[in-house]
Design a binder for this molecule. Sequence first.
Ligand code: NAD
Ligand code: ZN
Length: 352
Amino acid sequence: MKTIPVKAGKPYEVLVENGLMDRAGELLLSALDKPGKLAILTDDTVDGLYGSRVQQSMEKAGFQVCRYGIPHGEGSKNLTEWGKMLSFLAQHHLTRTDCVLALGGGVPGDMAGFAAASYLRGIAFAQMPTTLLAMVDSSVGGKTGVNLPEGKNLVGAFYQPRIVLCDPETLKTLPRETLLDGVAESVKYGVLGDLPLFELFERGQWENEVEMILERCIAAKAKLVEEDERDTGSRQLLNLGHTLGHAIEKCSGYSISHGHAVAVGMVYAARLSWRRGLCGESVLVRMTETLQRLGLPVSAPFSADELLAVALSDKKRAGDSITFVLPQEIGKCTLSQTAIANLPDMVRMAIG
Ligand SMILES: NC(=O)c1ccc[n+]([C@@H]2O[C@H](COP(=O)([O-])OP(=O)(O)OC[C@H]3O[C@@H](n4cnc5c(N)ncnc54)[C@H](O)[C@@H]3O)[C@@H](O)[C@H]2O)c1
Ligand SMILES: [Zn+2]
């Protein structure tokens, strides 16, 4: 088993092991004081695939388990579905000594985390990610929340899990396109600070190296979370490709998934960086070719004006500026604050 420590305000561990699911109960118990009630919050797809197996493992460890699945997909990440999660916790009489387990991808993960942060002003919570994206990104670091009609993730809380349990075997049931969402986020870690990881994707040899990729990406995320838990400095680097990525997701009515939108957002960030003289053209070319070869999109059918309208409501906006993450080399990025007044020019340069 690989153990990656996250030295956040409240430290915890990310455990990675094939087949870990059947031992999840005892592993969760090791991070809690005692087994009480446990609410498994998931989505309907993941529930059908893994719900009863996880429940059995939890019951074996002594937890009293209840289970709730929202309809799968980003469309459920809203206040209405989140409210139903909270009602479920209340109806099952969870108390302050009980625990929430988020089982699934980033959607149930973010929502269940936010439910745990808010219910009774905070009860214990753990993450069991089942998508590559959730394993390398959303399950670690304590960002939780839901979307508003006005924009993505506009409401939420920083709330760290007690433990994160990753079973890479669950990735075998992921549809290809969903796996690719996580591949995009993993390429992001390569561009941010891990050239050999990027080169692995560049050579197209990643499929047999998933555990190694998980370990490197989670360790990179843990490091940025440790440096800047509240996301006011270096953690913002993780937003590479996300400023315009989020705008693309929203413009598409969420029919373009998060990781696919981030892939396009990363290419746009590289083009902007190149046009501003911050990196050589080879950075843009290598990123574009690598993402394309992996089967990810490198452009989206939205005009600068469409993207701008949405980017202006982005939560990465601070007062009258917005922060872009711009690659300088493969393996090195910088934060660039841009006045809102200059945003139209930036978006035009980015989309080509
Ligand atoms: N909190 C953070 O730091 C953070 C970081 C990155 C992304 N996010 C959020 O994560 C979300 C995207 O996450 P996601 O891509 O995991 O979305 P998701 O949770 O919607 O999962 C994608 C799809 O895969 C299915 N699925 C999940 N696990 C499966 C499995 N093992 N086998 C078969 N199907 C499975 C789900 O039912 C769903 O239909 C976005 O809402 C994004 O904002 C949060
Ligand atoms: Zn992301």
